[in-house]
Design a protein around this ligand. Structure first.
Ligand code: FES
Ligand code: FE
Length: 432
């Protein structure tokens, strides 16, 4: 409806980034029905731990109940709808509504109603008045949820793209955990601009981030690289870039040797090939989970002291012109504490809310918003042709992974695929 698919190229309307009606449809379809990242198991390690988040228009609480189970609860009292939890995080066995005092357990069940016997008749059924529960799916400690009780499973939603998530988030046998908590900020620009930036935009790097490369703040930059854009029919995508240098062969940049000892291909075929010599891997899990794992190329003296980092985000619409970003830095659980701290610092310095990379991107997101809204060119679609008609490079990917792997470093194939999926969901296709 809002996207024309002309031959192989979706022409994306500017309306998608500015209109309230489009956002209303997105909230009712994409955000209400698709699996969304809510947080991480490591954010709620103990019974009673909780964090508050949002799934589209709905506030939620990610909790660990007394039995150790992870729940995602609608943060809205079943009496009048008040948010029952106001804090960003904490530990509590119960959530007591601040309006009339109905009290819900951290498993969502309604446990107490003030004056129940005297002011309600005998028929008040506490069992049917608990907080609404989302379906929960966990992959490598990432907690996804959806309020669509009958839709596809998380496995179906991720499909073959899971191969790549396994190698990013399941690479270290001991698993990964959040370090430094969740950082949240509201920024100017439509949420999709952020999602599509991460899904495969290698094209902006040398322009938007030119100063960072010229200053050499990330250490030595690789002379020759080769990259691949990988997209899934479910709308997910990732771009993997590799250093073409003999010195890089077999190296997973930025991790202590001891940490890499237990990694490899035994449980994850081609994991080493996918990760080794990679300078950056970034992508987006449809619809709104950007991620990046990167490291400075570690064979220059100026890279000493810099580490690898892995960062995950959630981009959640506030209105058509702004979105809330939640940033998490992930570290291998088995890494030394000093290394975890260093990786976290590097993550927030390079890609945190006020980092040197983010300043460039957020300024461009803001300028996109400033440039799109007027009527002068409302009928001129945005262009997503990058890579169309260009022969694939002779470079072959160093791994054998599923989905569509395009031998082009600079292509908008992942963005085109994202918007095809987006259009299908908005038009009533399943939200898988
Ligand atoms: Fe929650 Fe009344 S609104 S107890
Ligand atoms: Fe960028």
């Amino acid at each position: 409806m809002t996207i024309e698919d002309t031959s192989t190229r979706p022409a994306v309307s500017r309306r998608l980034y500015t209109e309230e009606e489009v956002l209303a449809e997105e909230l009712a379809t994409i955000f209400a029905k698709t699996w969304l990242l809510v947080g991480f198991e490591s954010e709620v390690p103990q019974p009673g731990d909780y964090v508050t988040r949002r799934m589209g228009a709905d506030p939620v609480i990610l909790t660990r109940s007394e039995s150790g189970e992870v729940h995602v609860l609608h943060n809205s009292c079943t009496h009048r709808g008040t948010q029952v939890c106001k804090a960003a995080f904490g530990n509590s066995a119960n959530f007591r509504c601040g309006y009339h005092g109905w009290t819900f357990g951290n498993d969502g069940r309604l446990r107490g109603v003030p004056g129940r016997r005297s002011v309600y008749g005998p028929d008040l059924d506490l069992g049917s008045l608990g907080l609404r529960q989302a379906r929960v799916g966990v992959l490598h400690g990432l907690v996804f949820a959806t309020f669509d009780q009958d839709g596809p499973s998380l496995e179906e939603h991720l499909g073959d793209f899971r191969w790549y998530l396994d190698r990013v988030f399941g690479f270290f046998p001991g698993g990964m955990e959040v370090y430094g908590g969740a950082h949240r900020v509201v920024i100017r620009g439509n949420w999709k601009i952020h999602a599509e930036n991460f899904i495969g935009d290698g094209y902006h790097l040398r322009i938007a981030h030119r100063t960072m490369f010229e200053l050499g703040v990330m250490g030595k930059q690789a002379g020759k690289t080769r990259g691949f854009c990988i997209s899934s029919p479910n709308g997910h995508g990732v771009r993997a870039q590799y250093v073409d240098d003999e010195e890089a062969a077999g190296i997973v940049f930025g991790y202590p040797d001891a940490l890499l000892a237990g990694t490899g291909d035994q449980d994850l075929p081609d994991a080493s090939a996918f990760r080794a010599a990679s300078s950056v891997i970034h992508g987006t899990v449809f619809p709104n989970m950007p991620f990046i794992t990167t490291a400075p190329v570690q064979f220059g003296d100026d890279a000493v002291g810099q580490t690898a980092f892995t960062q995950v985000r959630s981009v959640m619409p506030v209105d058509p012109h702004s979105h809330e970003v939640t940033y998490w830095s992930l570290v291998p659980k088995d890494a030394p504490e000093e290394w975890k701290k260093q990786s976290y610092l590097y993550s927030i310095r390079q890609h945190g809310a006020s980092s040197y990379f983010e300043a460039d991107d957020l300024e461009n997101f803001r300028r996109i918003d400033a440039g799109l809204g007027g009527p002068a060119a409302a009928d001129v679609p945005l262009n997503y042709d990058l890579g169309v008609g260009v022969p694939p490079s002779a470079d072959q990917p160093p791994f054998t992974g599923p989905c569509t792997v395009v031998n082009q470093d600079l292509s908008e194939v992942n963005q085109r695929n994202f918007y095809r999926r987006y259009a299908a969901v908005l038009n009533g296709g399943d939200a898988q």
